[in-house]
Design a protein around this ligand. Structure first.
Ligand code: PLP
Length: 367
């Protein structure tokens, strides 16, 4: 039997988040069945990408859709699309595009580790303050696109996305929204593009629970058409970002499932689980537990913040995070600070909330 145990690895309970480093999310039966079925027959991959894209576009109320090998791959392809749709001569030139429109405008405050995917295409960052005057001053013949990283990086006093889209439209510059972890709410699948963003990028392997190496690019048809010639199975910048027939069908099944989910029941489960954790932990000496909302990605789901007094308990929060991983079964919780960590219900399987609660009661007691 080929399983994790046969490699000497232990599966873990995920009370952290849809973290890629722990496997992201788990695929439900509908997704696995679609992938299994896809794995049994050959098909024309480009026709499949087209048909799956049309279906996903219809389901998500977008003009067009494309399955990528993840949201980070989506950033690469969207960056390329922003150059290519005006300058098809760039097809086989990435990343050597310094003489073309090669600047990606990005807010200084939104710089983050994922934005390297812009740079690797040959685009250069044009970092600006998150204000209309700075945006107007930065837009030029060199501008390929403007990036917006939705979620926790957006600050209350940044210019709003709607205003950014308006200014970009005056200059015919595509706005690309990285919304990798912005599900739920499900409406985000159409919200950004209905606002006028040219493309919105999502992870297939986070809350959608599609294949880990899948993602969605949703939005303008002309931009999506522009990347087909450089995307797998064609050669060019996108060839290493291969999406298989199984991932395409799995991503489609994941979108169909996500749209039919009872999202309010799911929200109730998360709220109840946070209450369960808080009620169990609050009485322990040296421990406080509170509901935290929204979560780290800005998703409208609660977490339980556990605050520990290390003078009472004799250990730091990091020690506890390590102790959760060392126990059997291992539990990944989300580190926060010297004095706190989070328990996140969104990636728990039904029933695991009790294992997590009992592990907390055992580990967080004064020795
Ligand atoms: C997770 C994430 C990504 C990368 O998504 P993948 O599907 O793992 O490639 C990109 N941007 C942000 C903001 C993310 O949270």
């Amino acid at each position: 039997m080929t399983d994790y145990q046969s490699l000497g690895l232990r599966p873990l309970i995920n009370a952290y988040a849809t973290m890629t480093k722990f496997g992201g999310s788990l695929m439900p039966p509908e997704v696995l069945e679609a992938m299994n079925e896809a794995a049994t027959a050959f098909v024309d991959l480009q026709q499949l990408q087209r048909r799956v894209g049309e279906r996903i576009a219809e389901l998500t109320r977008n003009d067009a859709a494309y399955v990528t090998s993840g949201a980070a791959a989506g950033i690469v392809l969207a960056s390329a699309a922003a150059v290519l749709y005006k300058r098809p001569e760039a097809l086989k030139r990435f990343p050597d595009i310094a003489d073309l429109n090669h600047e990606a405008i990005i807010f200084k405050s939104q710089r983050n580790p994922y934005d390297y995917a812009i740079y690797q295409t040959g685009l250069k960052y044009r970092e600006i303050d998150a204000a209309p005057a700075a945006l107007r001053a930065a837009i030029s013949e060199q501008t390929a696109c403007i990036f917006w990283f939705h979620g926790a990086l957006v600050r209350a006093d940044d210019m709003p996305l709607a205003q950014l889209i308006d200014i970009a439209a005056e200059h015919d510059i595509p706005v690309i929204v990285d919304a990798a972890a912005q599900l739920p709410p499900v409406e985000n699948l159409w919200r950004f593009t209905e606002m006028g963003a040219a493309l919105a990028l999502f992870s297939g392997g986070k809350d959608l629970r599609g294949p880990q190496s899948s993602g969605l690019m949703l939005g303008r048809r002309d931009l999506i058409e522009a990347i087909r010639p450089i995307s797998n199975p064609n050669h060019g910048l996108g060839r290493p970002l291969k999406v298989g027939k199984e991932e395409m069908m799995g991503a489609l099944a994941a979108v169909e499932r996500y749209l039919s989910l009872d999202h309010s029941a799911r929200e109730r489960y998360c709220e109840e689980t946070v209450r369960l954790f808080c009620a169990a932990l609050e009485p322990l000496p040296g421990v406080r537990a509170e509901r935290a909302f929204p979560n780290e990605a800005g998703q409208p789901l609660p977490r339980c913040r556990v605050i520990i007094d290390s003078a009472v308990l004799g250990k730091s929060a990091d020690d506890f995070v390590a102790a959760f991983l060392a126990r059997e079964p291992a539990i990944a919780v989300a580190p926060d600070s010297d004095a706190s960590f989070y328990l996140n219900p969104m990636t728990l399987n039904p029933g695991e909330e009790l294992i997590v609660r009992d592990a907390c009661l055992r580990l967080l007691r004064i020795p």
